[in-house]
Write a protein that binds this ligand. Structure first.
Ligand code: FAD
Length: 474
């Protein structure tokens, strides 16, 4: 095997000779892939096409033992290590230039214990793998809105979705993590074992090691829910958002609503003559009875004359894929988020002002309703914090790789975010941070939990081996 040039832990370039690489690869159940291999191309093709970093090599892990070997190899050879789950991180955190990527995506086993209401998930699984397996038993844990997202990356940053109002952050249902730490040890962390490590991984990202398995508590949800989207012309946005606020103020936790203003996509549910024109959307997921859903959604339905009303009784697992097509892999994406406590008049005014004369086809600001169970935990119950969040407010832009509007789109997101930031709780979602966010933003995500996170980091990863992430260090 020929030698490879890697990026070292101090940013310098270092060569690993062919014999060392060969003996490393020979002990793997998975594979070591180089740039010319198909596996390399697959693993390094990630959701946000804007990220162009390229590692020197990829390990496709086939077992926990491969993870131990890879962590040990990276540490002993002073090689920068990145970890890939679902490849969905907006900042492209699974890729480091010249580093070694540990690709977990082949490890996707999901095992449900319906009686104990627990699910054990291998760290390469995507959300769809888990929803599919748990829904066979009418059970679910809180996962996100787009089904190809990696379970591990979502969970380690905190995690939220349609069930957050009922059950809290994803990490509030996390029972146990198996994790390979920088010393190459395989540890089980839970509320009763390595409690400090467990506390830290509940929001602290990939800073503490490589998670190989995660165990979640399950709840009875579905298999049928009432869900879908409703849309109105943009000139009715103020009226719709006002009703959205009224419904979210009093809705039972079974109902989660998401509001979006943007220009209409060329989707089948939008009449052709309205493509590209301003619209306002509300996405609903009601996990109570269909009668309760009808009654809770009545104020939105009473608005009348929608462009589309696709809200219907359907499978929860199908609803979990509703937004997949809106965010296709390979396009370029730029987001900024803040958590806000509620929707004041001033916030909504500022929100609406962002859409005067908006021409971009896919720029939007999304308001995810979160308030409920997550607010009932103390701020230091897990590193995730942000227990005062009522909504996630996310300015988002998407464009095709050949679009000349990249700079204008980024600028629009920054402008909208800057205007809306004054309403923030002071926290933002670490999993929505883009490549250009400064370190301060990570500190802002963790707020009062940062000091303890740094202590746990120093204890478990004193040399900052796990640094290709939203990094926590002293
Ligand atoms: C279209 C889209 C929709 C989204 N919707 C939601 C949503 O509804 N709710 C929500 O909470 N989030 C959502 N997110 C954010 C998402 O949770 C983060 O982007 C997350 O990082 C994706 O995880 P991944 O495994 O796919 O990412 P990857 O890019 O594969 O990994 C990202 C980082 O996570 C860490 N990581 C991943 N796997 C491991 C592991 N096994 N051990 C240790 N560290 C690991 C590493 O630091 C890694 O670099 C969404 C993202 C996208 C792109």
């Amino acid at each position: 095997m020929t030698a490879l040039q890697f990026t070292g832990l101090s940013g310098d370039s270092r060569q690993v000779d062919g014999d060392t690489l060969e003996s490393f690869a020979a002990g793997l159940e998975g594979t070591l892939a180089r740039e010319s291999d198909d596996a390399f191309a697959e693993a390094t093709s990630i959701w946000n096409g804007m990220i162009t970093r390229r590692p020197a090599a990829v390990v496709r892990a086939g077992s926990t033992n491969d993870v131990v070997r890879t962590v040990t190899f990276a540490r002993d050879n002073d090689v920068e290590l990145s970890i890939r789950g679902g490849g969905h991180n907006i900042a492209g955190l699974s890729l480091s230039d010249g580093g070694l990527m540990l690709d977990m995506s082949q490890l996707r086993t999901v095992t449900v214990d319906a009686e104990a209401k627990l699910v054990r998930v291998a760290a390469g699984a995507i959300l769809a793998d888990v929803d599919r397996a748990t829904q066979e038993h009418g059970l679910a844990t809180t996962l996100g809105f787009v089904s190809a997202t990696g379970v591990a990356g979502l969970t380690l940053g905190g995690g939220f979705g349609y069930l957050t109002r009922r059950f809290g952050w994803t990490v509030d249902d996390l029972e146990e993590v198996t994790i390979v730490t920088a010393d190459g040890e395989v540890r089980t962390a839970s509320r009763s074992e390595h409690e400090d490590l467990f506390w830290a991984v509940r929001g602290g990202g990939g800073n503490f090691g490589v998670a190989t398995e995660l165990v979640y508590r399950l709840h009875e949800v579905g298999p049928h829910i009432t869900g879908g989207l409703m849309a109105w012309p943009g000139n009715r946005a103020e009226e719709v958002l006002s009703t959205f606020r009224q419904v979210t103020d009093s809705a039972p936790r079974e109902l989660t609503l998401v509001a979006v203003r943007r220009n209409a996509p060329p989707a089948p549910w939008v009449p052709q003559e309205l493509h590209g024109t301003p619209i306002v959307l509300v996405v609903a997921c009601h996990s109570g009875t269909s009668e309760q859903a009808e009654s809770d959604l009545a104020p939105l339905r009473a608005l009348g004359d929608p462009i589309a009303d696709l809200v219907a009784v359907k499978d929860y697992a199908a609803h979990q894929t509703l937004l997949d097509a809106t965010m296709p892999k390979g396009n370029h994406y730029y987001w900024k988020s803040e958590f806000v406590p509620g929707l004041s008049d001033e916030l909504l005014e500022t929100y609406h002002a962002q859409f005067a004369d908006l021409a971009a086809p896919a720029n939007q600001v999304t308001l995810f309703h979160l308030a409920g169970a997550l607010n009932e935990h103390p701020e230091d119950d897990g590193a995730v914090g942000n227990r005062d969040a009522g909504f996630a407010c996310v300015a988002q832009s998407m464009w095709t790789p050949d679009s000349p509007a990249a700079d204008a789109n980024r600028e629009w997101v920054r402008t909208a975010w800057t205007a809306l930031r004054q309403f923030s709780t002071g926290g933002n979602y670490v999993n929505f941070q883009t490549d250009d966010e400064p370190e301060d933003r990570t500190a802002e995500s963790y707020r009062g939990n940062l000091a303890r996170l740094r202590e746990v980091k120093a204890a478990y990863d004193p040399t900052n081996l796990f640094r290709v992430n939203r990094n926590i260090r002293r």
